[in-house]
Design a binder for this molecule. Structure first.
Ligand SMILES: Nc1ncnc2c1ncn2[C@@H]1O[C@H](COP(=O)(O)OP(=O)(O)OP(=O)(O)O)[C@@H](O)[C@H]1O
Ligand SMILES: [Mg+2]
Length: 260
């Protein structure tokens, strides 16, 4: 257990459809830092984020977010979630979208202009979201997450489809938010983004295979970059877990028989 963690998860078990995504997951995420959630497609990044923000049905476990039970009403304004893929209205302008979400959250109206500047959409403020480029509409959904000055911002692959200049801009914004004490959890497929995080959670098949920092990741693996380091960790993980994985699968099959 981490003292004063932004997120503290224990014994989490989640099933999606017929798949058991998490079996007995423990995670602690520090406040005021950028934590990167990295791992191959299907490893459970989105499911973990959904669990943290309280939109995922869980089978077991405890999730504490900013000192409150995950998903509780009191967290509604304190936690923001930027989903994978834009969740904004295409037939509204950038400004109308942000104003709508500001009204929903009871956020100050001044937030709309602040956020438009933060995500660099001043020139497109009056444009319909449907007419924006891919990167611009991603920035609108990011803007929605920034409305209301949340203490915890959970962003699912916010930089996918953005060019390197925009990606660098956004990471500067994330850093500025963290400097103000905001906690960010950001998932990514892009390993060079790992270097920009304070902490890294590397996931694989529903497990955290490393809870580390960018520097220790390279030191511990002796790899030249984050991508090579991650592959080295996966190799190591495969080597240690093949026998135990078989045991886990047998137990799981047995449990499913028992559960029906
Ligand atoms: N609605 C669903 N119904 C059934 N299974 C699901 C559902 N959503 C996700 N899953 C499964 O849960 C597992 C974890 O998925 P999740 O979306 O959390 O992965 P991810 O790490 O976010 O992947 P990606 O990098 O592709 O976004 C995967 O095996 C996926 O197929
Ligand atoms: Mg995902």
């Amino acid at each position: 257990m981490m003292n004063n963690a932004a997120v503290d998860i224990s014994r989490l078990r989640v099933r999606r459809g017929r798949i058991r995504v998490f079996d007995d997951l423990y995670v602690a995420i520090p406040r005021g830092r950028i934590t990167g959630l990295l791992g191959p497609s299907g490893c459970g990044k989105t499911t973990l984020m959904r669990s943290i923000v309280g939109v995922q049905k869980i089978d077991a476990g405890e999730i504490t977010v900013l000192g409150e039970p995950g998903g509780s009403r009191r967290l509604r304004r304190r936690v923001a979630y930027g989903t994978q893929g834009a969740a904004v209205y295409g037939d509204l302008s950038v400004r109308q979208n942000l104003a709508y979400f500001a009204a929903l959250l009871g956020a100050p109206r001044g937030d709309v202009d602040r956020v438009i500047d933060e995500v660099g959409l001043r020139g497109q403020a009056g444009q319909l979201v449907d007419s924006l480029s891919g990167g611009q509409s991603i920035r609108v959904s990011l803007g929605v997450a920034l409305i209301g000055s949340p203490e915890l911002i959970v962003l699912d692959e916010p930089t996918v489809g953005l060019d390197p200049v925009l990606r660098a801009d956004l990471w500067r914004l994330f850093r500025a938010l963290a400097d103000r004490g905001v906690t960010l959890i950001v998932s990514s497929h892009v390993m060079d983004e790992a270097q920009r995080c304070d902490r890294l959670l590397l996931m694989r098949e529903g497990r955290i295979i490393a809870d580390t920092t960018p520097r220790s990741l390279l030191e511990e693996t002796g790899a030249a970059d984050a991508e090579a380091a991650f592959l080295a960790l996966i190799d190591r993980d495969v080597a240690v877990s093949i026998p135990t994985r078989r045991a886990a699968r047998d137990t799981r099959a047995h449990r499913e028989e028992v559960d029906g």
